[in-house]
Design a protein around this ligand. Sequence first.
Ligand SMILES: Nc1ncnc2c1ncn2[C@@H]1O[C@H](COP(=O)(O)OP(=O)(O)OP(=O)(O)O)[C@@H](O)[C@H]1O
Length: 308
Amino acid sequence: MSVAAVEISGLVKSFGSTRAVDGLDLRMERGSLLALLGPNGAGKTTTVEICEGFLRADAGSVRVLGLDPVRESSALRPRVGIMPQGGGAYPGVRADEMLRLVASCAATPLDPAWLLDVLGLAPVRRTPFKRLSGGQQQRLSLACALVGRPELVFLDEPTAGMDPQARRLVWDLLGALRADGVSVLLTTHLMEEAEALADTVVIVDHGKVVVSGAPQSLTMDETGNAGLRFKARTRLDTALLTAALPEGYAVRESAPGTYVVAGSIDPQVVSTVTAWCAQQGVLPEELQVGKRTLEEVFLELTGRELRA
Ligand SMILES: Nc1ncnc2c1ncn2[C@@H]1O[C@H](COP(=O)(O)OP(=O)(O)OP(=O)(O)O)[C@@H](O)[C@H]1O
């Protein structure tokens, strides 16, 4: 098997009595974009910081481009770009000075002026860092992570706090990087970001992987169809509803009070479901035919909200 961009197995990291990462496994292929998604405190930043070599794992193994991020950090550093959560810079440094400084440390940097332009920062290139807006500071941090032409970039919530227009610029740039064969591992709270950009989405909760896969495959039901969902009181007799449907359909209560009918949904199936509910004196609320969102995938798997 070829060397992965990132390979993590059985990763554990605790802070005092808090187990931030609890046996996490993940493999990210070279040239792909992987989005780590999960609620606050799920262990995403801790995992990324271990990959970056800033934190040591308590147990498990981590390989980044085939190397140990702590013991082989000097070999790894020139090949990896990092954008930490919240960014940061000398407050008085101007945007273009900052980027040129970082570029001067790289063997074959990208053109800083081009990068500022692509990220919509050309008009503020002479503005001191502390006077940039939050979204502009974020974009400058991203530019700093990318200017060294890294093979792999770690981006911790790269578009947090950005307006939709700035976010779109970043998405376009990340798409272009991926097309160029750069590997990108990002964390995000934005489902639409993960769905729009990622080859692989890894949903993390309590320091473990809950589910992973291509966004398309996660949002389809288990039969590869869009499926039908509705809400009603808990503990409907799903076996009875399954029996009312043609062969090949399956109904389950994916979370308390949320029902999923898996299979190819046509008008007849919708009519059968609503007629069955009427017979039971049940009102099917939020009845919906179509792919699940990643939010719903998480809710169905954990019974909790992803954004919580
Ligand atoms: N340096 C630290 N000292 C103590 N506890 C920490 C430290 N860093 C993280 N934690 C705890 O570890 C858990 C995981 O935190 P982490 O920052 O990895 O989560 P996250 O998924 O990145 O969350 P968010 O989406 O809010 O950034 C949390 O309970 C957090 O409070």
